[in-house]
Design a protein around this ligand. Structure first.
Ligand SMILES: Cc1cc2nc3c(=O)[nH]c(=O)nc-3n(C[C@H](O)[C@H](O)[C@H](O)COP(=O)(O)O)c2cc1C
Length: 321
């Protein structure tokens, strides 16, 4: 469907989902996705698409995040640019992409909506989406409030819809890749794993802190305002939780959760400078490899793992009798 070699996709990311990282993922045989939240106008997004095209001739996509925000993105402009530029794939997230479907489908754009609940996967299918990303509770970004982890969410979603389901959230290595395929996924999407690569523009201090962090070093904040998100357990994240506990207003919370603070912290390397999104998969990430190493290792180790599984656990001789 996507014309890529390996079923490994990089999720759209604020601050770091830019041309260099996107192209590195696509060049390594996966598919990179530009994060449109990084741009204030459609023209800025167009420039990034052009830049990405100078770095790769492989397919890549654009993420359009339809979430409530203090300054909402110019969604109409983004959709127009995607269509005009002939971008083959759009990842939508947050609100359903219903109002853009007709235009995107007419332009032959594959629309893959990111969902965290079976009912949302069904509605994406009804809307005409070509596939869904299943965001489990382990993941970075905005997992659903219902706290359902991938182990149960993914097979339920695979049973519920006919369109392809792509596993997303907490995935960091070949074992999880194989497990996702075994549960019926057509592929995997990763965010945090690609943030922790040589090509990512996250500051080296942030990469070091994440490489040292373990699976229990993340936390969910912003439940009180309905934009729950998984972040690194750092000082601002602890402060947000404390503020939410005493019923702080949105205005008050914004003094700590503002995207600007997070962006500065991510790019300047101040680990306690703002809230930093990441998934529980950080426990499995101890090094900062290249994107190609991430993808090659995942694919090669998955192949070895499948072979090993079959030899360790021969099929029962009673099978078929
Ligand atoms: C730093 C960061 C920024 C992100 N920004 C966005 C975003 O703007 N829109 C979106 O839909 N998802 C965003 N995500 C979520 C990713 O696209 C992806 O769904 C998620 O990272 C998968 O979980 P994982 O990080 O555990 O692999 C972000 C993730 C990270 C780590």
């Amino acid at each position: 469907m996507l014309g890529i070699e390996h079923p490994i996709i990089m999720g759209g990311m604020a601050w770091i989902g830019l041309a260099e990282l996107v192209a590195a993922v696509s060049n390594a045989g996966g598919m990179g996705i530009i994060g449109s939240v990084n741009f204030a106008t459609g023209e800025e997004l167009r420039q990034e698409i052009h830049k990405t095209r100078t770095l790769t001739d492989k397919p890549f996509g654009v993420n359009i995040t339809l979430l409530p925000a203090v300054h909402e993105s110019p969604y109409e402009e983004f959709v127009n640019v995607v269509v005009e530029e002939g971008v083959p794939v759009v990842e939508t997230s947050g609100r359903p992409p219903e109002q853009y479907m007709e235009r995107l489908k007419k332009a032959n754009v594959k629309v893959i909506h990111k969902v965290g609940a079976v009912r949302h996967a069904r509605s994406a299918e009804r809307m005409g989406c070509d596939a869904v990303f299943t965001l489990g509770f382990e993941g970075a970004g905005h997992p659903m409030m219902e706290d359902v982890t991938m182990l149960n969410l993914l097979p339920r979603m695979v049973d519920a819809v006919k369109i392809p389901v792509i596993a997303c959230g907490g995935i960091a290595d070949a074992r999880q890749f194989v497990a996702a395929l075994a549960m019926g996924a057509e592929g995997v999407m990763m965010g945090t794993r690609f943030m922790l690569t040589k090509e990512s523009s996250a500051h080296s201090n942030i990469k070091k802190a994440l490489a040292e962090a373990k699976e229990n070093d993340t936390m969910i904040i912003q439940r009180s305002i309905g934009t729950q998100t998984r972040v690194l357990r750092n000082k601002p994240a602890e402060k947000v939780l404390e503020m939410e506990g005493r019923g702080a207003s949105l205005e008050e919370l914004l003094t700590v959760i503002s995207g600007e603070l997070g962006r500065n912290a991510m790019l300047a390397g101040d680990v306690d400078g703002g809230v930093l999104g990441c998934g529980q998969g950080i426990g499995l990430m101890n090094e900062v490899p290249t994107v190609k190493e991430v993808i090659d290792n995942m694919v090669n180790e998955a192949a070895a793992l499948l072979k090993d599984l079959c030899s360790r656990w021969p099929l029962p001789t009673t099978l078929g009798k």
